[in-house]
Design a protein. Structure first.
Length: 549
């Protein structure tokens, strides 16, 4: 029978927050990665001018995202049930789901967390307790100390042990040993110390330095989107995670693990919207071959491509934009009109050039940024403008609805969109979007290459330092890869995604500093992650008031 935690016990769980804050003062092979990329001062430019002085972030308490919550429960309990599925969707900022400023435990989240905790407690294997009823409250104290250290991702304080022991006594008096232990599980899984990640640190004079346990969580949630594993906990307990070289080695280890695919896939899903491919609607008459199997293949291609570039020590933003290969299934190879490469696995490395290659010609990207019956240069231009140049576009003016006559889906798009230039209400924004999108004219609404003579010339206008003309998406990608605007934007997207911060003055300063390091390192991806995890912004916090959850 499920046990409800009751208002008194819920109040107990909320009350743990004060103890959380008061108590804060307190092996996959990575040889395939370039360990040096994660080392202190890695990518500093090899004798070039130094980057700008490092900024530090604000103290905060960050709620677990729905995905992090589900993964944490799975690793903590060994459960296969997806407890994140029923949780409310996370509010997104700049299309990323981990922004600390908007993640909070509202009523809906708290209610579902309670239901989940009840379900987990009712099914909890009592063999995991490690002691028995004959030991009574001493068993409860021992369990709180061991289970709690993993659930709260840090040692449990004496005050917290006392609180949970008191809760056990109150419940066990009426419901026995098992009832008391299950109530501890319920309460702990609703505690702010479980639902939130703390980034408060300990006083270090001019700033607060994150504790080794906080750094362990920062690393694990960045690379694996879940709680620390045993090795990270071990390094936290020894205090080694206060050493930059240990952080570098752990970052390399975490990225080498297949578990880092959770981070890499989540980033590409949110950055260029690949996670939305399942929602892409296509007219069955225009695109009869577009089905769920092809949607899955397109998502898998984007994941495999990004994962492989990220794990290549020389893999870079330039590689992501200009590679002549991708990772295809037979269905994708047929769609692209190329012979599939040799090799095993569901996604095979395959040459796709010369007119296709790089992120912007992935089938999933081209299909998403299109209409149900045709390609759409506005959407494709907006993707480049917003996600690669970090220039947000305002919504259309109220009442404006450009009427574009229906045409043959295989006909060129330029004639369809002349209305944008003719309408003054539209022209201001569309001159920033359409000329970029026209470079994609070689590809239809599901990413097939069109034959014949097609005008694929385009231009970028209104950027800080990337204005240019180009002919075709491959030429566009080459010029984007050489752009300092694009490098800085890519860094900004990772700071937003990986650190969960808004575009504050300190975050902007850190983006500028990291972009310099990233550029000096040839835009190698591992150098960017190394610079992020070695940055004072990652492990120090400003001396400000403690935020409230």
């Amino acid at each position: 029978m499920k046990m409800r935690i009751g208002s008194a016990s819920r109040a107990f769980a909320i009350g743990i927050a004060g103890t959380v804050i008061a108590g804060l003062a307190c092996n996959p092979d990575a040889s395939s990665l370039e360990r040096g990329a994660f080392a202190p001062d890695a990518g500093a430019g090899g004798g070039s001018a130094p980057a700008a002085p490092a900024a530090i972030g604000d103290r905060r308490i960050r709620r677990l995202t729905r995905d992090e919550y589900a993964r944490t429960l799975s690793d903590l309990l060994g459960t296969q049930k997806d407890y994140g599925a029923a949780m409310p969707a996370d509010t997104v900022v700049h299309d990323f789901d981990g922004n600390a400023d908007v993640l909070e435990v509202d009523g809906v989240f708290a209610d579902q967390a309670r239901l989940n905790a009840e379900d987990i407690a009712a099914a909890f294997d009592m063999n995991q307790v490690g002691c028995n009823a004959s030991q009574g409250v001493d068993c409860a104290r021992s369990f709180v100390k061991t289970f709690g250290a993993r659930a709260l991702r840090r040692p449990v304080t004496d005050d917290e042990i006392g609180r949970y022991a008191s809760l056990y006594n109150a419940v066990a008096a009426a419901n026995g040993f098992e009832g008391g232990m299950r109530t501890i599980v319920q309460a702990m899984l609703q505690s702010p110390a479980f639902l939130y990640r703390t980034e408060l640190g300990a006083d270090a004079g001019d700033s607060f330095a994150l504790t080794p346990y906080e750094i362990a969580s920062e690393l694990s949630y960045l690379f694996w989107r879940t709680m620390p594993d045993a090795e990270l906990f071990q390094h936290a307990a020894s205090g080694d995670l206060a050493k930059p070289e240990v952080v570098a080695a752990q970052a390399a280890r975490l990225l080498a693990s297949p578990r880092a695919n959770a981070m890499l896939d989540a980033f590409v899903d949110q950055w260029i919207y690949v996670g939305q491919i399942g929602q892409a609607q296509k007219d069955a008459n225009a695109y009869p071959s577009f089905n769920d199997a092809l949607r899955n293949d397109m998502a898998g291609e984007a994941h495999a491509f990004f994962e492989n570039v990220a794990r290549d020590p020389q893999g870079s933003l330039t590689t992501m934009l200009t590679a002549s290969y991708s990772y295809l299934t037979p269905a994708l190879a047929q769609l692209y009109g190329v012979p599939i490469g040799s090799g095993g696995g569901p996604f095979v490395r395959t040459e796709v050039g010369p007119e296709r290659g790089g992120l912007l010609t992935l089938g999933g990207v081209l299909a998403l940024e299109a209409s149900p019956t045709a390609a759409n240069p506005v959407r494709r231009g907006k993707l480049v403008r917003v996600r690669f140049l970090c220039q947000d576009m305002p919504p259309p003016p109220p009442g404006v609805a450009a009427k574009i006559p229906p045409l043959d889906p295989n006909a060129p798009n330029r004639p369809k969109f002349t209305q944008h230039d003719a309408d003054p209400a539209c022209a201001g924004c569309h001159k920033l979007l359409d000329p970029i999108g026209f470079g994609f004219e070689r590809f239809d609404g599901i990413g097939r290459k069109l034959s014949g003579t097609i005008d694929t010339t385009g231009s970028i206008q209104g950027s800080p330092s990337s204005d240019t003309t180009f002919d075709g998406v491959r030429d566009l990608e080459t010029k984007l890869a050489a752009s300092s605007d694009v490098r800085a934007c890519f860094v900004r997207q990772w700071v937003r995604f990986g650190l969960g911060v808004s575009d504050t003055d300190s975050a902007n300063a850190e983006v500028a500093r990291l972009a310099k390091i990233f550029g000096d390192a040839g835009t190698r991806f591992q150098s960017l992650l190394g610079a992020i995890t070695q940055a004072p912004y990652f492990y120090k916090r400003n001396k400000e008031a403690i935020p409230s959850p």
